[in-house]
Every structure is written in structure tokens, then in C-alpha cells.
Design a protein around this ligand. Structure first.
Ligand code: 6PG
Length: 470
């Protein structure tokens, strides 16, 4: 064991343990600490035989670390992060670096960075994605904060991170301030939309086509070999194949249809409203989870409210292919919205976000990893100032190719009464974005009519008001 450990990890839940093991495996001796003695015991057992120590007290932990200390906090977002910082601060020296590796809200990260200004203590708020497996084998890492801190973690983080198809690490400096956590929040918003869309595809195949999970397993596996190739499609195929050992039924049919959430998708939607970005597909994915949570009400309503009970009557195989295309087209729109959010934040906070790099960091390790991200990376390489992903020739072409099927799927869903909030909101986003004229002219007239809110004209400069005839 080395005299001083190179890296500290506070918070030894499974994520913290796995990140610690990953760091040590890559050549950096680790010191760990947790306030919970049970986690200390469990980590000591798990870390045995490695260049890892687990301290019994915070003071001991601080003494085990080489200077400047690099301390990664893997604790739940919110108050626990502030509590850990408060406890640590008296024991920290100038030049030490605190890293928040949890899903903190970026405004909190901004506040914490500000609070440490002038203390000489450096701070990074980093997105870490990939779940427990990713933490152990290679997550996608999105660090932001004090720029001078990057050199202290770059070698470690780039070593422990997942590697993209070109072998490059899925970790690069995102920017100052709360940029890292902002990017992670957008990752999660996109994750919510991806999951909702896959759910809609599943619902359509199940209810409109009557397909079994076993049949859908084959379909999702097949989709995973093409342009939808992604982790979420891959695990969906596996979920379709999972039987309940007790009943022998597909497990998915036994799972209560009430989605939970920890808030990151809501934050992304809140921020979309704050920044004035129409990220409706991301927001609708959050609302869809909220709707799912109204289980008792929905069950009651299902006995009262009527609608079509029809099945899709055409060729099932060609409808499955149309659903695949609808999913791809919708996905392009939700990513376009995610990147619009990044662009708006960039303007608001002046972070100079590297859009193409963000896409490349998401190519491996994270939950939304997908072949598709390479295409986004390429789009920003072609044009770093791309105003919207939809305007890139590759994505415009993909939408043009898939939109007839996409429209058919949304129209069919409406006809048979199956909700497709993400598919349809993405289509509305696309149709709105490509409309040179929207009915906001009427809306402006209404505002001026009832409240003299004024409007502008297309044929002359200046603020206008009309005495509307009642
Ligand atoms: C990741 C995930 C992760 C997130 C879960 C659960 O990138 O590894 O985004 O950070 O916590 O996806 O999120 P919800 O509980 O809100 O679904």
C-alpha cells in the first residue's frame, strides 16, 4: 500500500464503491470514506487486497490523501452535498479539489463554486453516467467547474472513462461554472425522452398489433442492429425476454405501470421554460411519467371514458417498420431540443460549450449511448455553429426519409386511441420548426384586442396597436 492515496472517494454506496474500484484499477490508489459504518465495513471487504483504504473518520480520510487532495463526492444531490462540503472544509488546504460526481442541479453547483471562490479550494461538478456497471467499467464523464482543476483530474478521469468507437475517452472538459452538471441534466432529459419513445413503440406494438414480449424481443434486437443501435434499445430487448420465475409470465407484464423519477428530467424541462427553449418532447416525457403515476385515477377513468378500441388492420410487419422510423425521427427531434437547450445555456452563461464534444462523450458509457451520437458529433464537426440539428444535411435527410412513416404512425395512434405524446410532440416540433408562418399572428392580435399588449407588423417597423372593432 502506498503511503498516501492518490484519490479520495466520499460516499461508498454502490456507485461510489464502483467508481473507487475503477480508479484504483487504473493505477490510482484510493482512500474511501462513508458516514455509514455499514458501508465502511462493506467497502473494506470489497476493497480487500487492493491499493485501497477505507477510513473510519473524516480526519483519518483527509490524512490518507496525497496533496493536493482530490476528493470525489458520490452522495445524493441536494443537502447531503452541502453537508459533506461543510464537514470537509475546515480540513482542506489551498489547492485541494472537491468533485461532486452526483446528479446535482447545475445552479447548486454554480452556488457552491461561488461560495468557495477566494478560498483556494477548487471545485468540479461532474456528470457521471452509466449506472453502476458504467461506474465500474467505464462511465461517460462530463466535468465542469474551475478550469484550473481540470489538469488535476484529466489523466484519472480519461483513464477510467468509457472509450468511444475511435478509442477516445468519453470524458472531456465541458466548461466553467455549472457546465458539467448542466450537460448531465440535458443527458437525463434526453434519456427521459428516449425511454418514453421506446415505451410508445412498445405500447403500439402490444396494443395495436397484439405482439407478445417474446415477439418484441426479436424486433428490438433487430432494431438494435440498425440506426437505432443503442443501450436503451438493447436493454429493452432483454427486458422483453425476461420471464417471471414464479409465474412464468413476461416480467414486464407484472410490473406496475407507475413511473418514478428523481427530478433531473423535470429540471431539464424547468430550465427549458426558463431559457425559452421549446424542448417539448423532453417535457412531455416528464408529464407522461406524471400521468403514469395517476394509476388509481386512470383505472377509474378507464371505466368511464370511452374511445376507440381498434387495432391496426394493415400489415403488421410494415407497421412495425413504420414504428421504427417514427422512433428514429422522434429521437432526432428530442436530441435537437437537447442541443438547443445547450445552445441557449451557452448564450445565457457564456460557457462556450463544445457541442460536438458533448455528443462524442455520449457515444459510450452513458445511458443514452448510441451509434446515432457519432452522427451528431459529425454534424457539429461539419458546422460548429449549427443552429439546429434538424438543419444538418444528414439529419434533414433522415427526417425526410422517415417522416411519411412517422406521420402514419402518429395518425394511426390517434385513430386507435393509443397515446403517443413523445412521437406526436416531436412531430409537432418538426412541423412547427419548418413553418415559416405560425398562427402567432392571430395570438398577437388577440393579446392586442383584449389587453392592448401591442404587436409588430411584417410590412413596417415599430410597435403597433389597433382600436379593434367590438
Ligand atoms: C445515468 C442516469 C442516472 C439517473 C437514472 C435514474 O446517466 O446514469 O441518468 O444518473 O439517476 O437514470 O433517473 P430517474 O430516477 O429520474 O429515472
Amino acid at each position: 500500500m502506498s503511503a498516501k492515496q492518490a484519490f479520495g472517494v466520499i460516499g461508498l454506496g454502490v456507485m461510489g464503491q464502483n467508481l473507487a474500484l475503477n480508479i484504483e484499477r487504473n493505477g490510482y490508489p484510493v482512500a474511501g470514506y462513508d458516514i455509514d459504518p455499514a458501508k465502511v465495513r462493506a467497502s473494506r471487504e470489497r476493497f480487500a487486497g487492493r491499493d485501497m483504504v477505507v477510513a473510519g473518520t473524516l480526519a483519518e480520510f483527509l490524512g490518507q490523501l496525497a496533496l493536493p487532495r482530490r476528493i470525489l463526492m458520490v452522495v445524493p444531490a441536494g443537502k447531503p452535498v452541502d453537508a459533506v462540503i461543510d464537514e470537509l472544509r475546515p480540513g482542506l488546504a489551498r489547492g485541494d479539489l472537491l468533485i461532486d460526481g452526483g446528479n446535482s442541479f447545475f445552479e447548486e453547483t454554480r452556488r457552491r463554486i461561488k461560495a468557495l471562490e477566494g478560498t483556494g479550494i477548487l471545485y468540479i461538478g461532474t456528470g457521471v453516467s452509466g449506472g453502476e456497471e458504467g461506474a465500474l467499467r467505464g462511465p461517460s464523464i462530463m466535468p465542469g467547474g474551475n478550469p484550473e482543476a481540470w489538469a488535476l483530474v484529466k489523466p484519472v478521469f480519461q483513464k477510467i472513462a468509457a472509450k468511444g468507437p475511435d478509442g477516445l475517452p468519453c470524458c472531456e472538459w465541458i466548461g466553467p461554472d455549472g457546465a458539467g452538471h448542466f450537460v448531465k441534466m440535458i443527458h437525463n432529459g434526453i434519456e427521459y425522452a428516449d425511454m418514453q419513445m421506446i415505451g410508445e413503440a412498445f405500447d403500439l406494438m402490444e396494443r395495436a398489433l397484439g405482439l407478445t414480449p417474446a415477439a418484441m424481443q426479436v424486433i428490438f434486437d433487430d432494431w438494435n442492429k440498425g440506426e437505432l443501435d443503442s443501450y436503451l434499445i438493447e436493454i429493452t430487448a432483454k427486458i422483453m425476454g425476461q420471464q417471471d420465475p414464479e409465474t412464468g409470465r413476461p416480467l414486464v407484464h407484472l410490473i406496475l405501470d407507475t413511473a418514478e423519477q428523481k427530478g433531473t428530467g423535470k429540471w431539464a424541462s424547468d430550465v427549458a421554460l426558463d431559457l425559452g427553449v421549446p424542448a417539448q418532447t423532453i417535457a412531455v416525457a416528464v408529464f407522461a411519467r406524471m400521468m403514469s403515476a395517476l394509476k388509481a385515477e386512470r383505472v377509474a377513468a378507464s371505466k368511464v371514458l370511452r374511445g376507440p378500441d381498434a387495432r391496426f388492420e394493415g400489415d403488421p410487419a410494415s407497421f412495425v417498420e413504420m414504428i421504427r422510423q417514427a422512433l428514429y425521427a422522434s429521437k432526432i427531434c428530442s436530441y435537437a431540443q437537447g442541443f438547443q437547450l445547450l445552445r441557449a445555456a451557452d448564450e445565457e452563461y457564456g460557457w462556450r460549450l463544445p457541442f460536438g464534444t458533448v455528443a462524442s462523450l455520449w457515444r459510450a458509457g452513458c445511458i443514452i449511448r448510441a451509434q446515432f451520437l457519432s452522427k451528431i458529433h459529425e454534424a457539429y464537426q461539419r458546422n460548429p455553429a449549427l443552429p439546429n440539428l434538424l438543419l444538418d444535411p444528414y439529419f434533414a435527410g433522415a427526417i425526410h426519409r422517415t417522416s411519411p412513416a412517422w406521420r402514419k404512425v402518429v395518425a394511426t395512434a390517434v385513430e386507435v386511441g393509443i397515446p403517443v405524446p413523445a412521437f406526436s410532440s416531436a412531430l409537432a416540433y418538426y412541423d412547427s420548426y419548418r413553418s415559416a408562418v405560425l398562427p402567432a399572428n392571430l395570438l398577437q392580435a388577440q393579446r392586442d384586442f383584449f389587453g392592448a399588449h401591442t404587436y409588430r407588423r411584417i410590412d413596417r417597423e415599430g410597435i403597433q396597436h389597433t382600436q379593434w372593432e367590438n
